[in-house]
Design a protein. Structure first.
Length: 279
């Protein structure tokens, strides 16, 4: 009987460990037989899907690759968790294959006005926890790179929360919102899938050859008990004003008697065509 329970315990531990090993952030879920781009400069291509496997090659930012197969092997670096992928690519006129960690790939990319705009996760940093002085929280960082071929023209970085907020990602090109000298706006959205996990919206203005990151927006909610929502009102939106954008926040929390308590706040940022400042 003792042997039976020992075996059952070991099987349970192995099952739970396997579940943990297989968990990867949804933002790094790339489809097979679809093109993708390299985000991390000098990303290593290995002989097998293992971090200690032989390095066959390295690829630069904006190199296009083809996803051949999603491997079951998962690697965690900081707060980023991604599968390994078998890829093919053409470099210097030669077709090659190998394996790359998914965290080195773009989580979104767009082409506009002759430039490539790439979104990706860069690293995890330790940040002071405002609620618990003396303690630190692990915080992911992302970046948007503006590329001309394989040359980085400009780059902006921003926070994306913990690994729990890396379930979904979206990268879009929006209108200029009628701000002076702004040709168009990029929007990077990253969020989690569970209640209480924050999502982040990062707006980036494009002014010719310059990227301007606006203050980051955060929204979070817990069913119908609590929510916190932030947004911008631009000049082309209802209630907008010329050459300015308005930050609006609204939150609601129910008390022990199920009564709603709401809070609202707003502030205006002036835009002079090259930079913004709080009014």
């Amino acid at each position: 009987m003792k042997t039976f329970f020992t075996a059952l315990f070991l099987l349970t531990v192995q099952f739970l460990s396997a579940q943990e090993e297989m968990h990867a952030d949804g933002i790094f879920n790339f489809e097979e037989n679809k093109p993708q781009k390299i985000f991390t400069a000098g990303a290593r291509i290995r002989q097998s899907p293992q971090v200690d496997a032989q390095v066959l090659d390295s690829l630069q930012t904006n190199q296009q690759v083809l996803i051949l197969k999603k491997e079951e092997t998962v690697l965690k670096l900081g707060e980023r968790v991604a599968n390994w992928y078998k890829i093919s690519y053409n470099k210097n006129g030669r077709n090659s294959e190998g394996y790359i960690w998914g965290g080195n790939l773009c989580t979104g990319y767009r082409n506009k006005n002759g430039y490539d705009f790439l979104l990706g996760l860069t690293k995890t940093i330790a940040k002071k926890d405002p609620q618990f002085p003396g303690e630190a929280v692990q915080q992911n960082m992302a970046a948007v790179k503006m590329m001309e071929s394989n040359t980085v023209i400009d780059e902006v970085s921003f926070e994306t929360g913990s690994g729990e907020s890396l379930s979904y990602g979206n990268f879009t090109v929006e209108s200029s919102h009628k701000l002076k000298n702004v040709e168009f706006t990029l929007k990077a959205a990253i969020s989690g899938e569970a209640c209480g996990i924050p999502g982040y919206d990062q707006y980036i203005l494009f002014t010719g050859k310059k990227l301007i990151a606006l203050p980051q927006l955060m929204s979070v909610g817990d069913a119908d008990v609590y929510y916190h929502h932030e947004e911008f009102i631009f000049p082309n939106d209802k209630g907008g004003i010329p050459n300015a954008f308005i930050f609006k926040m609204e939150e609601m929390e129910k008390d022990e008697k199920d009564r709603e308590k709401k809070k609202k706040a707003s502030r205006t940022y002036l835009w002079d065509g090259t930079a913004y400042q709080l009014k």
